[in-house]
Design a protein around this ligand. Structure first.
Ligand code: BTN
Length: 297
């Protein structure tokens, strides 16, 4: 059944039961039964008497198995939870994943709230056990992974940029955000991607649908995980640095920042995938400001 779901997620045209059976090398009756099983797990279809079936929404009840099918890992899927970060923070298995349809206390960087109407966004936390990679490296590698996953889903090419440290932008509008929280043995990487709607709580937000990507959230999630499994492995060695630099927007205007509780004013000389912002302060000092504790004021 999960092979069938993986196939249907990528289809843009209706497929007959016969052609699905042929592609999966299964009897027609088995495919018909699997389609019924998917319906009973909440999947919905456009049904065309002549042309066949087109998946319109994957049921949440199919997600855990579909994720484990990509590669075995610990997975939990919630209809509603406070924050996926709070569940994943207790875990230490590399690649483990927590997903929710809705969060009642989703959070962003530096204590901000992250709001998304139920069903509109992909809300996921990914556990990475990378003792060697620092916070900036993990944030940068995660941003590259999410950008590559989304671009890979576009039929008409799109190019995403990274606004340091953790925002993914499409044509200047926020499409996704990343939150890295470190715990004893692991980093928990929270990813919020606006899929079907842009939250009205953020100025200048957009969503995948608005930029022409009409993909089911499960498909977006599978592509994100595929890129994460690849990119996180080389976060510590800087394998993502060139891809990150190519997407990172330059900060050219003078900045006023809060870093670790103090205010810093100056100009950004460089944005570095391992060391954060390199700033010349108004008093002429050159300092590094890490992503974990730095934000604009
Ligand atoms: C930001 O833009 O500041 C980061 C947003 C990160 C949001 C995601 S949604 C899944 C995970 N759980 C949370 O509570 N936050 C992250």
């Amino acid at each position: 059944m999960t092979d069938l779901l993986h196939l249907l997620l990528r289809e843009r045209q209706p497929r007959s039961v016969e052609s699905l059976a042929l592609a999966l090398q299964l009897p027609r009756e088995t495919v018909a039964m699997q389609l019924d099983a998917l319906r009973s797990l909440g999947c919905t279809f456009d049904e065309h008497p002549q042309r066949g079936v087109l998946l319109t929404t994957s049921g949440l009840a199919t997600w855990a198995e579909a994720i484990e099918h990509l590669s075995p890992r610990r997975v939990e899927v919630y209809r509603s939870t406070a924050s996926t970060q709070d569940i994943a923070r207790r875990w230490t298995e590399d690649g483990a994943v927590v997903v929710a349809d809705e969060q009642t206390a989703g959070r962003g960087r530096l204590g901000r709230r992250w709001m998304a109407p139920p069903g509109s966004a992909l809300l996921v936390s990914y556990v990475s056990t990378l003792p060697a990679a620092n916070h900036d490296q993990i944030t940068a590698a995660a941003a590259v992974a999410v950008a590559e996953a989304i671009e890979g889903l576009a039929v008409t090419p799109v190019r995403l940029s990274i606004k340091w440290p953790n925002d993914l932008l499409a044509a200047g509008r926020k499409l996704a955000g990343i939150l890295v929280e470190r715990h004893a043995a692991a980093a928990v990487i929270g990813i919020g991607i606006n899929v079907a709607a842009a939250p009205d709580t953020i100025d200048d937000a957009t969503c995948l649908r608005q930029i022409g990507i009409d993909a089911d959230r499960l498909l977006v999630l599978l592509e994100v995980l595929r890129q994460f499994d690849r990119r996180m492995a080389d976060a510590a060695t800087g394998g993502h640095a060139a891809a990150w630099r190519a997407r990172c927007l330059a900060i050219t205007e003078p900045v006023r920042l809060r870093s670790d509780g103090r205010i810093v004013e100056g100009e950004v000389l460089d944005v570095d995938p391992s060391h954060g912002l390199i700033v010349r302060t108004t008093t002429g000092q050159i300092i590094h400001l890490p992503a974990a504790t730095t934000g604009r004021v």
